[in-house]
Write a protein that binds this ligand. Structure first.
Ligand SMILES: NC(=O)C1=CN([C@@H]2O[C@H](COP(=O)(O)OP(=O)(O)OC[C@H]3O[C@@H](n4cnc5c(N)ncnc54)[C@H](O)[C@@H]3O)[C@@H](O)[C@H]2O)C=CC1
Ligand SMILES: CC(=O)[C@H](N)C(=O)O
Length: 373
């Protein structure tokens, strides 16, 4: 069929559906026409099907960063070790390589991505590859390639192979003109970093693919994530991870944000649980496809006070990094996540005191082991 006629037919069908009011959120639209890379919508000969009773076959991109290894461990407990494939462009350390399937995957290489999805019969994709806020500002063209072009590859492969797709967004998807205290799900989003711009783009593209092609896209806007056994990858909230390590090792910490800089934060266990919960939520419980999730909100000063309760000799000093400070000053101070709590029952476990106790216990046992050796 000539392309123009086909397009007219598709447009006609779409208008008909809009007119009868039956184009609703969550309704698959793949029958309308071609998928994004011109694979016929009914060409499902290579689609891995996933019925409710099967275990998903999971691929995690960018899996060697701060969050990916924790996510793989968490999902492997639930779905089985061999059902969760970790991937990255970096070489994995031995203990990660031997803990479950690991493969090389560059999200900028579309054919490689498609081969991995097909050969491994992937059904769920967690897309973690990204350049974070501070490193993104230091390398805008690479951030644009990875965070935007890479995302396009992910969306296409997910739509063509009928995957359930999780893409994390961030508090960084908001900017200085957004309401900051609290920041709701739906409001002005005019971020001033390439990271934030790319994440707003990801939210909008994912939602567009959902409505246009029926892609099962799910997205959470994470706060700054605090983890004990993995290092942050170059963000604005990194200080809240490093402080614990330095407090126990040296009894002091130099903070690169001002003492009064308030940002939303979350312990990694809550983050990973939220991610699995939104992926497992019944589609009809999701009134939106992008949700804020939150746990706590604090300043470096608040965090230092809490650390002092456990490490009485602890001292914090401030040497402000102007790039990070400007970014933090444009981000939410508090996050309104009432829609996540209402729609799919989100509830965090860790507040500031539990976070500090957990982090210090982890690093304390680490330091004791190092001293004993
Ligand atoms: N860590 C945090 O506080 C937050 C993280 N997020 C999001 O969660 C996701 C994971 O974050 P982190 O683990 O902290 O990031 P990270 O910066 O620690 O790790 C990102 C990973 O992406 C990989 N990567 C870079 N270019 C790639 C390419 N071309 N192909 C494949 N992989 C590539 C890197 O090698 C790295 O291992 C990101 O999308 C981030 O935006 C959102 C909000 C907060
Ligand atoms: C909050 C984030 O997205 C990340 N940790 C960053 O600071 O860039």
């Amino acid at each position: 069929m000539p392309v123009t006629r086909m397009l007219q037919q598709v447009a006609g069908q779409m208008l008909g559906r809009l007119a009868c009011g039956c184009w609703t959120a969550g309704q698959p639209l793949r029958f309308l026409g071609t998928s994004p890379r011109q694979i016929p919508a009914d060409a499902n000969f290579h689609c891995a099907s996933f019925s409710g009773t099967d275990q998903p076959r999971v691929l995690i991109t960018g899996g060697l960063g701060q969050l990916g290894v924790g996510l793989a461990n968490f999902l492997r407990k639930r779905f089985g070790k061999d059902n969760v494939i970790l991937s990255d462009i970096r070489k994995p350390p031995d203990h990660i390589f031997h803990s479950g399937p690991f493969i090389y995957s560059d999200i900028l290489d579309y054919k490689n991505l498609r081969e991995i999805v097909v050969n491994n019969r992937v059904t769920w994709l967690f897309h973690y590859s990204a350049l974070l806020s501070a490193v993104g500002e230091a390398n805008v063209s690479l951030a644009r390639a990875v965070n935007i072009t890479g995302l396009h590859n992910i969306l296409d492969v997910a739509a063509e192979h009928n995957l359930r797709l999780f893409v994390p967004s961030t508090i960084g998807a908001f900017g200085p003109t957004s309401p900051r205290n609290p920041t709701p799900d739906l409001c002005v989003q005019r971020p001033r970093t390439i990271y934030g711009v790319s994440k707003v783009h990801a939210e909008l593209m994912g939602e567009y693919y959902h409505y246009r092609y029926g892609l099962d896209f799910r997205c959470l806007r994470y706060p700054g994530i605090i983890s004990a056994d993995s290092q942050p990858g170059g963000g604005t909230t990194d200080y809240a991870v490093q402080i614990f390590h330095d407090a126990l090792k040296n009894g002091k910490f130099e903070c690169n944000l001002k003492p009064s800089t308030r940002l939303p934060m979350m312990y990694i266990d809550d983050c990973l649980r939220a991610t699995l919960e939104v992926m497992e939520a019944p589609a009809d419980s999701l009134s939106m496809r992008t949700y804020n999730v939150n746990a706590m909100s604090f300043t470096p000063e608040d965090l230092a006070q809490e650390v002092l309760k456990h490490v009485p000799e602890f001292q914090i000093t401030y040497n402000v990094d102007s790039v990070r400070q400007a970014i933090a000053d444009s981000w939410p101070m508090n996050f309104d996540d009432s829609n996540a709590r209402k729609d799919w029952g989100w509830k965090h476990d860790f507040d500031l005191p539990e976070l500090v106790t957990t982090m210090l216990n982890f690093h304390g046992s680490d330091t004791r082991v190092a001293q004993a050796n």
